[in-house]
Design a protein around this ligand. Structure first.
Ligand SMILES: [Zn+2]
Ligand SMILES: [Zn+2]
Length: 839
């Protein structure tokens, strides 16, 4: 048999290997194998098997790495879809699906075979200088890998000379294979040996002996005996070694002595590392309201039908979507199937994990990137083995090896974090979830209070089923929203004007805080001021690595770049003209904090942004303090818009809605509407209406007009007609081609070459060409990030002309193939299908 293998490398090629007889029954599509690649052995993934191969020289697979294939059939299909749709190498897609630390590789190690003297090495010096160098290096270092040899000897003529030495048997080649970094961890447990279990007489005899000479050993036996009697388990009682030593205060040597005498047994048991393992309070019984109950009934119906189906669960903020997820999972488990729950940012939503753990306990595995390698590995393999039945995690949890998948929940489906932006493959987890569900005949729930325009459109065209939760649970009323036009406020009330807090917001906060009710303030910009400018010459402090203004941070008195982390001290003298008139423009959270402390000195202010939450546990601490009313004001960036439920919050203030509204991106309006609606949803409680105050210079924009009325449908209707007219998604398909290089000239030239070839290719298909708009190349809106210049070509493809997008993708692949040999060193081309950010 032969196997087609791909590797986690930037190449599209599939390699053929023969399968040794010993591995024949183990290696199937989806298996991980160690296979020779050049002079090394590296981890590869088997994607297909065949009986015949045309090739002459075929190497055998070295080893199969797992007893069970790492990728189930549906995951392999999903990987193939992602590779095709996002134009990424299949091997890299498969590599990205696994938790880190699972790769293994083999290298050749070179050692001296025969004893060789210093003299002999020296005598080679003249005739074979490279061989002499190799031998000298091996003589000194005993063993070296090829990479190390290159470092010591240089690459020139190395292979040729090394081969000669191997042939003359002076040097020997050995295979070494690295261990997997992520490993199974075990703990040592101790129990009474079968010799003593149930043999009272022998137990007394043994302990009598020990009491005199080794009392600590006797203590251990007495403790184990007592605990064994108390235990109701069928298995003989066992205790963790560390715990036993602590309780009995016995030394380790006592255990070893007892083991030698065969009075105890020490056994290794597997540990599952789970950072979320603790007791969760049992959840209260919840009665679903009519809307929730209808939604659950509908979802249970498609679960039972055993066919793929997607539901869009559109529920206003506070309408109890999570309870619908929980009940739907209960139905899934009852059918003997398993579930995946995706949340946008799990590290920021500990409450979500808590709720699922409280309901489903030890059946829940958590997966996210802030867990340790061992923790992720354990979650992964225990999902694969069926020990865990529910996976909850951020984006990459869509690849969780859940068997017999019945349900995938995508919570806050509109969130941008579901799209992988900077790494390969640039997939969207929501779309991947839908594809995976279609392979598994599973049900998908997309939940949101502000569905993406694309998803809601799919619901209106019956591609998805629509379920609505139009009212908040517990009869909490929707908050009252007031929009303050800051320009008008300045003109009409100049004497009272203040750039951060409008009169209305000040007044409302004063009233509510007086009664010890709380406020959440939202400003989507961190730092103190967003730019620093010289009044006299106009010089703006910019990052030397990015074409972005530096932000002034009051802590440490520094200027910082929010894209690359560059920072430098703040200056008081203009570096260009020596002027002292330095202006700070724009309002960051630190400046808002300062103003709040001045305006409300007794309320207490908590600030939550990337800067204040970088320390471990800081995020949780801030939320606890707010919950305990140690402070009445919580101020923050978009972190405060997500899933926070505090009963006592009656005011929400948006300092400036314009930060996101004015971005040069066609989704700016949608994004603003989502942020405003999400943050407004934090206000209000059962007995008290909430107030939301939105400050803006552009009160007439659709996002603001409709957010004010909580009117998603009207916003959607207005937005969808713009999308239709301009051929933006969902009517047009976007593909962004980004060309980058540290050398701007290279980026410009390469984008010209790509653009010309692409245009030529498209022209060959006149019926398609009429539906394709090719924009650019142009410098990206942020032309330089981390020293890389970025140029963009944007394709807008009418779906009428290319329904599935397969034609344009095949053209792009063809173009890339032609350009590949012309990519200068230090430049690269990235193709992003359905990009979410055009910056
Ligand atoms: Zn100046
Ligand atoms: Zn920078």
């Amino acid at each position: 048999m032969f196997a087609e293998v791909v590797f986690d490398l930037a190449i599209e090629t599939r390699f053929t290997y023969s399968i040794p007889d010993a591995w024949e029954s183990v290696i199937v599509p989806g298996s991980r194998v160690l296979a020779p690649f050049g002079r090394k052995k590296i981890t590869g993934y088997v994607v297909a098997l065949s009986r015949h191969s045309e090739r002459d020289q075929i190497f055998p697979i070295h080893e199969a790495l797992d007893p069970l294939p790492a990728f189930s059939e549906d995951l392999l299909k999903l990987a193939e879809w992602i590779a095709e749709y996002y134009m990424a190498p299949l091997g890299q897609v498969l590599g990205a699906m696994l938790p880190p630390g699972m790769e293994r590789h083999g290298e050749k190690l070179y050692v001296l075979k025969a004893a060789i003297t210093d003299f002999e090495i020296k005598s080679l010096n003249k005739s074979k200088p490279v061989q002499s160098k190799i031998l000298k290096a091996l003589y000194v270092y005993k063993k070296l890998t090829l990479r190390q040899l290159v470092k010591k000897v240089g690459a020139r003529n190395l292979i040729k000379n090394l081969d000669e030495l191997l042939r003359s048997a002076v040097v020997e080649e050995r295979d070494v294979i690295s261990d997997q970094l992520a490993n199974i961890r075990t703990d040592t447990w101790v129990r009474l040996s079968p010799l003593l279990l149930g043999d009272e007489e022998r137990f007394v005899w043994a302990t009598d002996e020990l009491k005199k000479r080794a009392p600590k050993q006797a203590d251990i036996l007495f403790y184990l005996d007592e605990a064994t009697r108390q235990s109701e388990d069928e298995e003989p009682f066992a205790l963790r070694q560390a715990e036993l030593l602590k309780i009995t205060e016995a030394p380790y040597s006592a255990l070893i002595a007892l083991e030698k005498k065969n009075w105890i047994e020490r056994i290794e048991r597997e540990v599952i590392r789970d950072p979320y393992q603790r007791d969760y309070p049992r959840p209260n019984d919840v009665t679903l309201n009519d809307h929730q109950a209808q939604a659950v009934t509908a979802i249970a119906g498609t679960l039972r039908e055993n066919n793929y189906y997607t539901w869009l669960l559109y529920g206003v903020t506070g309408s109890g979507k999570t309870q619908v997820y929980i009940e739907s999972i209960r139905h899934t488990l009852a059918l003997g199937k398993n579930a995946i729950v995706l949340v946008p940012e799990i590290a920021l939503t500990p409450q979500a994990v808590e709720r699922f753990k409280a309901h489903f306990g030890d059946q829940v595995a958590v997966l996210h990137s802030r867990m340790t390698m061992g923790e992720r590995f354990d979650s992964w393999r225990k999902l694969q083995s069926g020990h865990f039945r529910i996976a909850i995690g951020a984006r990459s949890a869509v690849f969780a090896p859940v068997q017999n998948l019945g349900l995938i929940v995508v919570d806050e489906e509109h969130e941008h974090t579901y799209k992988q932006q900077d790494n390969i493959p640039p997939y969207h987890a929501r779309d991947a979830a839908i594809m995976r569900a279609s392979f598994c005949k599973a049900t998908v729930i997309l939940g949101s209070a502000t569905p993406s325009i694309e998803s809601y459109y799919n619901a209106t065209t019956q591609k998805y089923g629509l379920l609505k939760l139009p009212i908040r649970i517990n009869d909490v009323p929707m908050p009252e929203v007031e929009v303050v036009n800051m320009r008008e406020e300045y003109e009409k009330h100049t004497s009272e004007w203040q750039p951060i807090l409008s009169r209305a917001l000040r007044q409302r906060m004063k009233e509510e805080l007086q009664h010890r009710r709380q406020a959440i303030l939202f400003q989507n910009r961190r730092g103190y001021s967003s730019s620093v400018e010289c009044f006299d010459c106009g010089h703006v402090a910019e990052c030397p690595r990015c074409s972005i203004a530096l932000t002034y941070h009051i802590t440490g008195h520094r200027l910082r770049c929010h894209y690359c982390g560059f920072h430098q001290p703040m200056y008081s003298v203009c570096p260009q003209c020596d002027s002292l008139n330095i202006l700070q423009q724009g309002i960051g959270t630190q400046k808002v904090e300062e103003q709040l402390r001045t305006s409300f000195p007794n309320a207490g202010v908590l600030r939550m942004d990337v800067d204040s939450t970088s320390a471990k546990g800081a995020h949780h601490r801030i939320l606890e303090e707010f919950k305990n009313k140690n402070a009445l004001i919580l101020l923050g960036t978009q972190m405060v818009t997500k899933g926070l439920d505090f009963e006592n919050v009656t005011v929400v203030g948006v300092i400036s809605a314009d930060t996101s509204l004015l971005l040069p991106d066609f989704r700016a309006g949608e994004r603003t509407f989502q942020l405003l609606t999400q943050v407004a949803g934090r206000a209000g409680r059962k007995d008290k209406i909430g107030y939301v105050i939105i400050q803006t210079m552009h009160p007439d924009r659709a996002a603001i007009r409709h957010a004010r009325q909580h009117d998603f449908i009207s916003f959607f209707n207005e937005e969808i007609s713009i999308r239709h007219d301009l051929l933006y998604p969902p009517f047009g398909r976007l593909v962004l081609i980004q060309i980058r290089s540290e050398d701007e000239q290279k980026a410009v030239e390469l984008s010209g070459v790509f653009s010309d070839i692409l245009a030529g290719e498209i022209k060959r298909y006149p019926d398609l060409a009429s539906g394709v708009a090719q924009l650019g190349p142009t410098p990206a809106p942020i032309v330089k990030i981390r020293n890389y210049f970025r140029y963009h070509i944007l394709l807008k493809v009418d779906k009428e002309a290319d329904r599935s997008g397969s034609r344009i993708r095949s053209i792009l692949r063809h173009t890339r193939k032609q350009v590949i040999s012309r990519i200068p060193s230090g430049a690269e081309i990235r193709i992003d299908a359905d990009p979410l950010s055009l910056l």
